[in-house]
Design a protein around this ligand. Sequence first.
Ligand code: F6R
Length: 366
Amino acid sequence: EKAGFDHFMLKEIYEQPKAYRDTMGARLNDTGNRVVLPELTMTEEDIRSIRNVHIVACGTAYHAGLVGKSVIEKLARIPVETDVASEYRYRAPIITKDTLVIVVSQSGETADTLAALREAQRCGARVLAITNVVGSSVAREANDVITTWAGPEIAVASTKAYTSQLIAFYLLGLYMAQVLGTVEDAVVSETITAMQALPEQVEAILEQAEVLKGIAEAVSTHDNLFFIGRGLDYAVAVEGSLKLKEISYIHSEAYAAGELKHGTLALIEEGIPVIALATQEELFEKTVSNIKEVKARGAHVIGVVNDGDVELAKSVDSTFAIPKTLALLTPALAVVPLQLLSYYASLARGNDVDKPRNLAKSVTVE
Ligand code: F6R
């Protein structure tokens, strides 16, 4: 059932190109220049009445929501807040009938996420669920569902569900933008074309798994490390850090690169690994100066960069290049090397990759 792979996690990492294709599948029109979401009961009128969006989820699904926030704000120009579900209900969120609440859940059974959904509906909001399990509690109770067609995810550490959630957010963001007229048609079709290239680009990353294995083995001897990045790279850093902690048990922290000098730099000492994501062109120079700050304090920096960014290689200890795509879409590629890094670090430490200690695949208690 592991189809020749040593672990479900590795199998699921390799299933991502298919998950991307299946999740996009019938949601693009025949000419490939518009998004269609026939499953939505939400009308165009409903979309035009949305004043704000709340994205609510737990763990990795929450991290997908961080990317979702940028995607919806950039494409549809609607203000978005993100909350972890276990906090949302207790902070008296301002929910009105013009709020669209998006819950994200692979299993569709996470207790806190389900409770947030119910609270949102109680306040009169429409709830849209992004979930991987058809017929799950979240799918049944939400007003609308966008199913991620990632297929069953067995490993406790979420991989293909997360990336399929990103695809769902890209589709939703584009769809809302089409309805609201917030981006030009040319931008919609250019984004779709770039999305269609993602599966092959993931395959190209997977072909370099051995490189990441080497990096992971070196990293696995450390007890602490950092992930840094700005903008969407920060959202990916947070997910990379969770993945690593979850299965390798190495302590790590993700920091918005510009925040380092507000405290965290004190923790950078000789030899500490820092995984620096620098895929966002607009923020590149700023991230490079943050990389120099940690280098100057002795950090061992592993850069995740866009293919062709040879400049950065000079200021870091090693680099891993991902294929070039639109800035907005880079999380769907940049997270893949981090998943492999976590997998190989866990393996190097002799851990039970698919069943990390103290964790359950589906958290049905609050
Ligand atoms: C991490 C992980 C968890 C889940 C979280 C939410 O790899 O798998 O953080 O993402 O428990 O689960 P779902 O998406 O099923 O609601």
